[in-house]
Design a protein around this ligand. Structure first.
Ligand code: GRF
Length: 330
């Protein structure tokens, strides 16, 4: 028998699943794969809208049959910016927090991309950075590549660029044509996209991702270095004191937090009083440390950066703070 839901499951359920709009232009097989993956237990997202620039797109009928809201607006005769704005309005009205482009054959305006920065993914049928754009399979065959494949990436202003979230290689078989290869790559796409989208929308509760976010900001402090202490990733000044620990389910407390140095018990009490869900007194640490939760879905990473800078300053020797202040003033 599976064990019952844990407190973490309850919390995740209370927060709900991430809401995703899928944009298609054609057959919509990736949309179907994303949709059915979302219907399996524990999927971190749900599809709240399937939208298309092509009212004939096959995926729209499927979405309707599955009870998923749809929106179709032909782009012919419309300025690109107006079409994008209408799509954007429909996506927002559906309550979507993320967009998954799945064979959406439109170049998006910079404004649209900007509005969905970090919240829009795309699947591309090649092993990027190889073969951005069209005719990817023909190009892989013409180059004599041993493998084709597909990539999921975050959408940025440049076509088929942006941080890669995952790739799946597909072997080129003897006698493959562009069509046979494309059909096989599509199988891989259907596995990859749901996996990457699910992981991406749930990254804010993935300790490895959270630690990476802290690492990036902690190591930006002067003379910072990383080490491990009591099983926790921690950051200190080279040859000096520690200024941050990342506590990920430490002592089974089911939370991920960064522990930072503060001035003392008064400050600690003030923060905890202000927001008892976010701040806490870390067990086995002194009153001059504060736990700042990172797994509450609304983490403001600029504020975490400020906490780390502040904490660094609490432990930094005068030699370093003076240098740092001088550099800031320049
Ligand atoms: C897929 O090959 C995808 O990688 C590309 O467009 C195609 C869409 O296929 N971006 P489908 O509409 O999902 O079947």
């Amino acid at each position: 028998m599976p064990e019952g839901p844990t407190p973490a499951d309850h919390k995740a359920a209370a927060r709900g699943k991430a809401k995703v709009a899928v944009l298609i232009s054609g057959g919509g097989s990736n949309m179907a794969a994303l949709l059915y993956a979302s219907r399996l237990p524990d999927c971190a997202y749900e599809i709240v809208l399937v939208a298309s620039n092509n009212p004939e797109a096959g995926g729209l009928a499927l979405a309707k049959a599955e009870g998923v809201p749809t929106f179709a607006l032909p782009h012919q005769g419309m300025a690109r910016a107006d079409h994008d704005a209408a799509m954007d309005a429909a996506i927002r009205a559906a309550g979507a927090e993320y967009i998954a482009l799945a064979g959406y054959m439109r170049i998006l305006t910079a404004e649209f991309v900007d509005k969905w920065q970090g919240r829009m993914l795309n699947i591309h049928p090649s092993l990027l950075p190889k073969y951005p754009g069209l005719h990817t399979h023909e190009r892989a065959l013409a180059a004599g590549d041993s493998h084709a494949g597909c990539s999921v990436h975050v959408v940025t202003a440049t076509l088929d660029e942006g941080p890669l979230l995952g790739q799946c290689a597909v072997a080129v078989a003897a006698g493959d044509s562009a069509e046979t290869l494309a059909a096989r790559v599509l199988f891989a796409e259907h596995q990859l996209y749901a996996r990457c989208l699910g992981a991406y929308v749930a990254r804010w509760r993935d300790p490895a991702w959270l630690i990476a976010q802290v690492r990036q900001r902690a190591l930006a402090q002067p003379e910072a270095e990383e080490s491990v202490s009591h099983g926790m990733a921690c950051f200190g000044i080279r040859g000096g004191k520690k200024f941050a620990y990342v506590s990920a389910n430490h002592h089974g407390d089911d939370r991920t937090a960064v522990l930072v140095k503060i001035s003392g018990v008064d400050e600690q009490a003030t923060w905890i009083e202000q927001d008892a869900a976010r701040y806490y007194r870390p067990a086995y640490f002194g009153a001059d440390w504060l736990g700042v939760r990172l797994d509450l879905a609304d983490t403001d990473w600029a504020t975490v950066g400020d906490w780390l800078a502040h904490s660094w300053r609490e432990v930094a020797p005068k030699r370093l703070t003076t240098l740092h202040d001088a550099a800031e003033q320049r």
